[in-house]
Design a protein around this ligand. Structure first.
Ligand code: HEM
Ligand SMILES: *[C@@H]1O[C@H](CO)[C@@H](O)[C@H](O)[C@H]1NC(C)=O
Ligand SMILES: *[C@@H]1O[C@H](CO)[C@@H](O)[C@H](O)[C@H]1NC(C)=O
Ligand SMILES: *[C@@H]1O[C@H](CO)[C@@H](O)[C@H](O)[C@H]1NC(C)=O
Length: 334
């Protein structure tokens, strides 16, 4: 009887330790050191040359990564193509609209990796590394990416519903969609700084610049700088016929990862209603002001928040696989 007690205690201890140590603890920055020592270098080389030839790659990758992670974890589920058996995440009604150049960068990096060390590096890790490298190429901070993510065994359009933020959400809805994933208000504001690069299509902000609040055709949101609003009205004039028309998220330095996004918000130069909302609400405004005044503080918090995002909902062990192709499950009939 007495000899059983230690065993029982060990079982309890093990259970407590397992509960306390998140899955992320299994990831490490040296995960591929033995089986694919050049993995990071290969990804970096491929995505760097892609970004040089196609400068839209970086912003696309950052958005792709965010959406992949927010919907069921960072598991490359968003890279899966729809097939006869399954409508995949990327074809949800929410129109995630997979950024093609970023997807191509990941596919090229994966192809190079498969030549060097076949079947070793997951697509989820490639996307995480590619995003980190591309952010730093735009002038943003460099941060550590722990590795060892497995690729998802499922990807469904239905899983997207209600899991991505949208520009017409209230600040309460935005805070709550991040809080559901254990991100603080400060982390949400820091991650939103990603809108210092890339662009948004006119339909994402059209209700702010045409017929605002049921007003006349040229009525715009009064929280917008008037010159900015009028320039957007002109730029987007034909957006219904041509839905590809887009505007830069950061009108001042569109291709540079810096803190101008926050400075813009304080001057009525926020593009999306959700951007502008961050500068209006008393819970988020002080953080916007901090980052607008101090880029070092923004980069520090953005790096930490990205490291946290990059391990969100990560799958390890038998919960996932190392895909051979990033757009297909290894077992095609699933
Ligand atoms: C806070 C809530 C957020 C909302 C409502 C939101 C919404 C949007 C929308 C509507 C677009 C334009 C898409 C298009 O027209 O193609 C966009 C673009 C973008 N978003 Fe967000 N987003 C949010 C947070 C984030 C976060 C946390 C990140 C990354 C960490 C991110 C990264 C990006 C990037 C980089 C682009 C530009 C994409 C490109 O140029 O291809 N966003 N976002
Ligand atoms: C998604 O895109 C399709 C056409 O590509 C469009 O008809 C539809 O309105 C879009 N849905 C949303 C929610 O933006
Ligand atoms: C937000 O926009 C989406 C499409 O872009 C629409 O389906 C939804 O009804 C809007 N929500 C609100 C609260 O206006
Ligand atoms: C800016 O933020 C950094 C990092 O938080 C901090 O060390 C530094 O003192 C801040 N600079 C100023 C001028 O407040």
């Amino acid at each position: 009887m007495a000899s059983r007690l230690p065993g029982a205690w060990i079982a309890v201890l093990v259970a407590v330790l397992c509960l306390a140590s998140p899955v992320a603890a299994k990831l490490s920055t040296t995960y591929y050191q033995k089986r694919c020592p050049k993995a990071e270098q290969i990804v970096s080389d491929v995505v760097t040359s892609k970004q040089i030839t196609t400068p839209t790659t970086a912003a696309g990758a950052l958005r792709l990564f965010f959406h992949d992670c927010f919907v069921g974890g960072c598991d490359a589920s968003l890279l899966i193509s729809t097939n006869a058996f399954n409508r995949a995440e990327r074809d949800s009604d929410d129109n995630i609209s997979l950024p093609g150049d970023a997807f191509d960068a990941v596919v090229r990096a994966k192809t190079a990796l498969e030549l060097q060390c076949p079947g070793v590096v997951s697509c989820a890790d490639v996307l995480a590394l590619a995003t980190r490298d591309l952010v730093s190429m735009l002038g943003g901070p460099f941060f550590d990416v722990r590795l060892g993510r497995k690729d998802a065994l499922a990807s469904t359009a239905a899983s997207v519903v209600g899991n991505l933020p949208s520009p017409n959400m209230t600040i309460d809805q935005l805070i709550s969609i991040f809080a559901k994933r254990k991100f603080t208000v400060q982390e949400m504001v820091a991650l939103s700084g990603a809108h210092t690069v890339g662009f948004s299509h006119c339909n994402e902000f059209a209700s702010r610049i045409y017929g605002f609040n049921g007003g006349s055709r040229d009525a715009y949101d009064p929280s917008l700088n008037p010159q900015f609003a009028q320039a957007l009205q002109k730029a987007c004039a034909n957006y219904v016929k041509d839905p590809t028309i887009a505007a830069f998220n950061d009108v001042m330095t569109p291709g540079k990862f810096d803190n101008l996004y926050y400075q813009n918000l304080l001057r009525g130069l926020g593009l999306l209603a959700s951007d502008t909302a961050l500068a209006a609400d008393p819970r988020t405004k002080p953080i916007v002001e901090l980052y607008a005044a101090n880029q070092t503080a923004f980069f520090k918090d953005f790096s930490h928040a990205m490291e946290k995002l990059s391990v969100f909902g990560v799958k390890t062990g038998r919960k996932g696989e190392i895909r051979r192709r990033c757009d297909e499950f290894n077992n095609l009939s699933t």
